[in-house]
Design a protein around this ligand. Structure first.
Ligand code: ADP
Length: 642
């Protein structure tokens, strides 16, 4: 019988697994039991519509058998089984190719990646030097035997098996100097491992246990009778079978939740928060949800699939039901179990299901409140969560024309220039002086540079705080929200608008200041006309500024599209041509302004044009915009030095 090779990638992974210094080898049992339980789920599900399965719910079980002398541990299930093709396909390759790359990248960290990418079965090679799988698939009369010693490959041949299901035989390795494998042929430690990791598995995990009992006292026993003992075996169910999500929160320890989360959802860090939720109003369900503490490596890619596992009365219907989670909470993991859903419900029907919609609405509210609670009571943890998923929440607030902005706005954090830390909008508004009219923000790439913008300084000098936005979605998010609630001086409900410091009217100037600037603009109209002629379409208008103190020049934007938004759109296909309406603002009190006027009155058009272009380029540089013609700009500045 020919030996078949594993696919290259599987081989590497298996090699790592066998030689790993991984200390937590005991999880191989969790992995095999979880596979067995999945296989039973599949057959049980089939049995609901197909009477030929011939099994009732109570007939399903997983059986552990220990032959200590021969160091043989067997795990049997009466689940759906595997055909020859299944065995080759499932046990000869690795389902998710991301796992190997992931392991390579994280080689130094001794993290629990095993079992997190569908490499579960391979973990048996951590403890066994020979693994044999005998399986008979449901609907087939033949059985197959798959066998392997590890990396070299595997063999596959016909076998005999009376019932549908899978038996996995593990020949446990001998002890080494560093590793104790004997524990895996020790009854009590196997029992402990099952309890620790697989207690909630819904099918009984049975094992014949060695017990001892006192023999009955013979009737003719005399005074000096000493009791005799005999050993016997008894089939015991090791797990409590109550799914963890059906238990009250007080019955489950934090470690148990964390352990469950990590093994079920392929994470190696504890969750940031556990949410247990039951029947709310019209929807009947148990939900156990987790806020992950870290971002999955594929989170912001197309590969990431959101969704919660959906069970109907304890039976898995769907591993990832996307309809249960709005996109803005797409990072949530967890399980929903409802007795209101029909077991035979199809995926298409699910989308229409009213019960499911009610559950979704209730969960959305619950998740929001839990996140808010985390924000208020455990800020550090929340900020960790925010680092991982804040971008998602901001996109959520922005998407669908701000439909979810009200729900999400209090979960958002932005960087405060004054406090040098992340603040909520509520915190910003509460700290606002009574006379402050807007929530100010500046948008760009780098907080230090933003805080130095002339307009930013103006706001800060007033004693007002300023939000420094550095992510592309930030300004779009605020624009869509438009305003935030604030009570006025009399305690009446009102709102306060968001204001980009680079927008035309900052609401900082007094009416006199504004009027003075307008008059100065009118007085210098012929100068500005001449400059505009030189600059062409690069600017929409030129005017005297109210906001400049030390700088000679800056750019502001009129209308809804800011300069920063233009930059974001420029990087998006299809939106490259979208431009903001830019206004060149000049400081009339600056010596440079005198130089401009002098050039004009001397009738030196060329000089005026050159000065105008230099000033525009400077304003563009300050804004972080590309200069139209950098070489011409450099030459123009040099010629000033001559
Ligand atoms: P995962 O379970 O994460 O997909 P595994 O390597 O543990 O990855 O298993 C690969 C596949 O082999 C499973 O998805 C399943 O289809 C099949 N399988 C494993 N164990 C069993 C079993 N006991 N009964 C039936 N199928 C199984």
């Amino acid at each position: 019988m020919a030996m078949k090779e594993f696919k290259a990638e599987s081989k590497k992974l298996m090699d790592m697994m066998i030689n790993s210094i991984y200390t937590n080898k005991e999880i191989f049992l969790r992995e095999l039991i979880s596979n067995a339980s999945d296989a039973i789920d599949k057959l049980y599900y089939t049995s609901l519509t197909d009477t030929s399965v011939g099994l009732n719910k109570d007939d399903f079980r997983i059986l552990l058998t220990l032959d200590k002398e021969n160091r043989l541990l067997t795990l049997s299930d009466n689940g759906i089984g595997m055909s020859r093709e299944d065995l080759e396909e499932n046990l000869g390759t690795i389902a998710h190719s991301g796992s190997l790359n992931f392991k390579k990248e994280n080689q130094d960290e001794n993290i629990d990646i095993i079992g997190q990418f569908g490499v579960g079965f391979y973990s048996s090679f951590m403890v066994a030097d020979e693994v044999t799988v005998i399986s008979r698939a449901y609907g087939s009369s033949e059985a197959w035997k798959w066998s392997s010693h590890g990396v070299d490959g595997y063999t596959i041949e016909p076998a005999d098996k009376d019932d549908v299901g899978t038996d996995i035989y593990l020949h446990i390795k001998p002890n080494t100097e560093t590793d104790n494998y004997d524990q895996f042929v020790e009854e009590y430690s196997l029992v402990a491992i099952v309890k620790k990791y697989s207690d909630y598995v819904r099918y009984p995990i049975n094992m014949f246990r060695q017990k001892s009992r006192m023999k009955a006292k013979p009737e003719d026993a005399g005074e000096d009778y000493t009791p005799e003992y005999e050993s016997y075996t008894e089939l015991e169910t090791l797990n409590s079978m109550v799914p963890i999500w059906k238990k009250a929160k007080s019955e489950v320890t934090e470690e148990e939740y964390a352990e469950f989360y990590k093994s079920k959802f392929y994470d190696y860090t504890d969750p940031a928060r556990v949410i247990v939720s039951r029947t709310e109003g019209s929807a009947n369900y148990n939900a156990l949800l987790f806020v992950p503490a870290r971002q999955p490596y594929d989170y912001y890619t197309k590969e990431y699939e959101k969704g919660l596992a959906l069970y109907a009365s304890g039976v898995l219907i769907m591993e990832k039901c996307a309809d249960l989670l709005p996109d803005h909470f797409g990072f949530m993991k967890g399980i929903v179990d409802s007795q209101d859903l029909s077991l035979n419900i199809s995926r298409e029907m699910l989308q229409q299901d009213h019960q499911l919609k009610r559950i979704r609405t209730a969960l959305e509210k619950k998740i929001k409140n839990e996140l808010l609670a985390m924000l208020r009571t455990d800020r550090e943890k929340y900020e960790g969560f925010w680092n991982a998923f804040g971008r998602q929440l901001k996109f959520g607030a922005y998407s669908e024309y701000g439909m979810h902005a009200e729900l999400l706005r209090d979960l958002l954090l932005f960087y405060s220039a004054k406090q040098q830390k992340l603040v909520t909008l509520e915190e910003y508004v509460e700290a606002m002086p009574a006379e402050q009219k807007c929530i100010y923000f500046a948008a760009g790439e780098n907080t230090d540079r933003l805080a130095k913008l002339p307009a930013a300084q103006l706001v800060l000098d007033k004693g007002y705080d300023l939000l420094l936005l550095t992510e592309d979605v930030d300004e779009f998010c605020l624009q869509v929200m438009n305003s935030y609630p604030r009570k006025d001086a009399e305690g009446k409900d009102g709102t306060v608008e968001f204001k980009n410091v680079n927008s035309g009217d900052l609401g900082l100037e007094s009416d006199e200041e504004k009027k003075a600037a307008e008059e100065a603009t009118a007085e210098n109209q012929s100068l500005f006309d001449a400059m505009k002629l030189a600059l062409g379409d690069a600017v929409a208008a030129i005017k005297v500024s109210t906001r400049l103190k030390d700088h000679p020049v800056c750019l502001s934007a009129e209308g809804p599209l800011s300069i920063e938004m233009e930059k974001v759109l420029a990087s998006q296909p299809g939106a490259e041509g979208v431009k903001s309406r830019k206004v060149l603002e000049l400081n009339a009190a600056h010596p440079v302004f005198e130089a401009l006027k002098a050039a004009q009155s001397a009738g030196d058009e060329e000089k005026l044009a050159s000065y105008s272009r230099i000033l525009l380029a400077q304003a563009q540089l300050i804004e972080g915009l590309p200069v139209d013609d950098p070489v011409a700009y450099a030459q123009a500045v040099c010629s000033l030095m001559k």
